[in-house]
Ligand binder design. Structure first.
Ligand code: ZN
Length: 170
């Protein structure tokens, strides 16, 4: 099933036992926490499928693909990245089940029979982000301000970093 909107939550048992599959587009307005770190570009997609081996964990596997725009930490101009990563979730119904889960799976807690799909996707998106976003080469039509000026008026790289940190909040 392809959906324009990925649901906020899914019925965990049904999705796994019926081996359901779901694909949908990432709508930037659904990922507010992520939006504080990067701009999600239109066209991102997620595909997931549920299944379970006899007596095994309830699994949801799939992949995420999307483009994002961030601020280059070197030249402070926008820089784009294509992100892609696998999804390997293990749906767990209790803390104990979480402890025993196969380490290859990321635990997703099921509450009231549902798991929070968009929240789980957002966690994956955050993990895919580069820690230090930078252009391969900062020369994409942008050059440093050629105006000669008093060195004290220029912001040091450290001042810029501090300013960025402050803008990004706590
Ligand atoms: Zn750059």
């Amino acid at each position: 099933m392809f959906s324009d909107t990925l649901p906020e939550h899914l019925n965990a048992n049904r999705f796994v036992e019926a081996r359901e599959s779901l694909s949908g587009v990432l709508q930037p307005e659904h990922y507010k926490r992520f939006a504080e770190m990067a701009t999600l570009l239109a066209g991102g997609q997620v595909s997931i499928s549920g299944f379970r081996d006899p007596y095994g964990p309830r699994k949801v596997v799939g992949e995420i693909r999307c483009g994002v725009e961030m601020t280059c930490q070197r030249c402070l101009q926008p820089v784009r990245f294509d992100l892609a990563g696998p999804i390997a979730w293990g749906l767990v119904f209790s803390e104990a089940e979480m402890q025993n889960l196969d380490k290859a799976l990321d635990p997703i807690l099921v509450e009231d029979g549902e798991f929070l799909l968009r929240q789980a996707i957002e966690d994956e998106l955050v993990l895919l982000l580069p820690i230090m976003p930078m252009h391969d080469a900062c020369d994409s039509g942008w050059t440093p301000d050629p105006e000669p000026g008093d060195a004290s008026e220029r912001e040091s790289p450290f001042a810029v970093l501090t300013q960025l940190k402050n803008e990004q909040g706590p």
